[in-house]
Design a protein around this ligand. Structure first.
Ligand SMILES: Nc1ncnc2c1ncn2[C@@H]1O[C@H](COP(=O)(O)OP(=O)(O)OP(=O)(O)O)[C@@H](O)[C@H]1O
Ligand SMILES: [Mg+2]
Length: 462
């Protein structure tokens, strides 16, 4: 493993996890954008309590924490983190000019500090520096890399005929530079496919830049994508490279492309056609050499008919289509995926668990509306809750404990309103998980704030 300092590119930062702890969602949005462009996985927490829960529950490498957090504050969080999770690097965001606080933070073990309001360039530079630190100190890195490389095809597991067809397509398109549109339900592995197209192809040494079109702040999208020059607008104190420019020579991945606002669709189309970009405020154009991969879990045809998605952009992006089938249509992949996740979630020092035949039958009998992501969550949960070396049916969520429905079993109980179903699902999840809201929200596939809102709405909690 080379220890020479390197710039953290998207590919290198891949696999590292950043937690942004700030009660201001706008700050979280900005941090998330910058960190994701660096290839980091991003988690968020609105309170110090939530931040600690997250660090306890999953791997976190780096924490960006606001000094002024409700209940306890960032300094207290820093202390707790350094005491209980010393391997996690912390960057403290302080108010402007509070240099004493910054010094104090460093004394207490923070890796760095960032004065608010900050410029995204500063944030990016600090994250990159901290990432290098994490990378060098991370003894498990090599191991993780091997683990990531083990599954058959660019990180994708599953040998069903449907997946094999997808692998062939990936291999073929990875050698070309045609735009690719990846379609598939949520959790089917669209992002993983996009990554393997990049990393199997001739551009693999160049950046892979994911752009979450649904997560970008609408007013900032243009400057994020195209960059801007100094003085382009109030607050543009210096020039900034856009994501498209950052992906130069490599691949740009537009995730949830259907969410891109119409005016940006037009601008993107022009850039792709002319192979040039014009940063905001600039009169000069820069050459653009990117491979474009886009993904959506929506059906774009109605959006096109209703004028929400430009047909010309659709044609431009949809040169090659990869349609990933839902997991219920390739159930033979389930055992391999289960074993893969059992290895991934094995606790250090403990042997990898296995799963009983009965539990495996339940997994095979289920419909997996949340696809591979849902399966991944189920296994992670079972590993966390199960006691012995073998996981049993009782370690599965209760909707998986009943034998698979036979179809004729549904009695005529009348139709339940969706609200009622939702309420029951929430109650059930909380009961199952001993009231752990964070985990419940995660397994329900909603954010923690959404869960709180619904608890209030259904008067399950004041
Ligand atoms: N074939 C696979 N083999 C191994 N892991 C997979 C596979 N498919 C998906 N996963 C895992 O499932 C999770 C979801 O995958 P990914 O994020 O690529 O899906 P997605 O289609 O982009 O989902 P969403 O629409 O929700 O964004 C990830 O943790 C990914 O690693
Ligand atoms: Mg995705």
């Amino acid at each position: 493993m080379s220890t020479a300092p390197r710039r953290a590119t998207a590919a290198e930062a891949d696999g590292f996890v950043l937690l942004v702890a700030d009660d201001d969602p706008t700050v979280c949005d900005v941090c998330e954008d910058v960190a994701q462009a660096l290839g980091l996985r991003v988690l968020r927490a609105g309170t110090t309590e939530e931040a600690l829960e997250r660090v306890e529950q999953q791997r976190v490498d780096l924490v960006l924490v606001d000094l002024r957090m409700p209940a306890g504050g960032g300094m207290a969080l820093l202390e707790r983190l350094k005491r209980d999770h010393p391997h996690v690097e912390v960057i403290l965001m302080t108010g402007y000019g509070s240099i004493e606080t910054a010094v104090e933070a460093i004394k207490r073990g923070a890796y760095d500090y960032l004065a608010k309001p900050f410029h995204v360039d500063d944030l990016r530079a600090k994250l990159q520096r901290a990432l290098k630190e994490v990378e060098l100190t991370d003894e498990n890195r090599l191991l993780r890399e091997q683990l990531r490389g083990r599954p058959g095809f660019g990180g994708l597991v599953g040998a069903s005929p449907k997946m094999q067809r997808i692998y062939k397509l990936i291999l073929k398109v990875s050698q070309s530079r045609h735009p690719v549109l990846i379609l598939g339900e949520s959790g089917t592995g669209k992002e993983l496919v996009a990554r393997s197209i990049h990393f199997l192809g001739p551009r693999r040494e160049k950046p892979f830049v994911p752009v979450d079109c649904a997560g970008l702040v609408p007013t900032l999208i243009e400057s994020e994508l195209f960059g801007y020059i100094k003085g382009a607008f109030t607050g543009a104190g210096r020039s900034k490279r856009g994501l498209l420019e950052m992906a130069h020579g490599g691949t740009i991945f537009f995730d949830e492309i259907a969410e891109l606002p119409p005016d940006l669709q037009a601008k993107l189309l022009r850039a792709l056609q002319e192979k040039e970009i014009k940063p905001v405020g600039s009169t000069e154009r820069l050459p653009l050499d990117v491979r474009v991969v886009a993904a959506t879990n929506r059906n774009l045809e109605p959006a096109i008919r209703e004028g929400r998605f430009r047909q010309d952009l659709f044609y431009r992006l949809n040169v090659v289509t990869i349609r990933i089938p839902p997991l219920r249509e390739r159930k033979s992949d389930i055992p391999q995926l289960v074993n893969f996740f059992l290895e991934r979630f094995a606790e250090p020092g403990r042997p990898v668990r296995s799963i009983s035949e009965e539990a495996m039958n339940r997994l095979m009998g289920y419909d997996w509306p949340g696809n591979v992501r849902e399966l991944e969550n189920v296994i992670e949960r079972a590993v966390a809750l199960g006691a012995g070396p073998v996981l049993h049916t009782v370690d599965l969520p209760s909707n998986l404990q009943a034998p698979a429905a036979t179809g004729s079993a549904a009695p005529t109980q009348g139709v339940l309103p969706l609200r009622e179903l939702e309420k029951r699902a929430i109650l059930h999840a909380l009961g199952e998980l001993g009231g752990d809201k964070l985990l419940a929200a995660r397994l329900l596939g909603i954010g923690k704030t959404t869960l709180y809102r619904k608890l209030k709405e259904y008067q399950l909690e004041s």
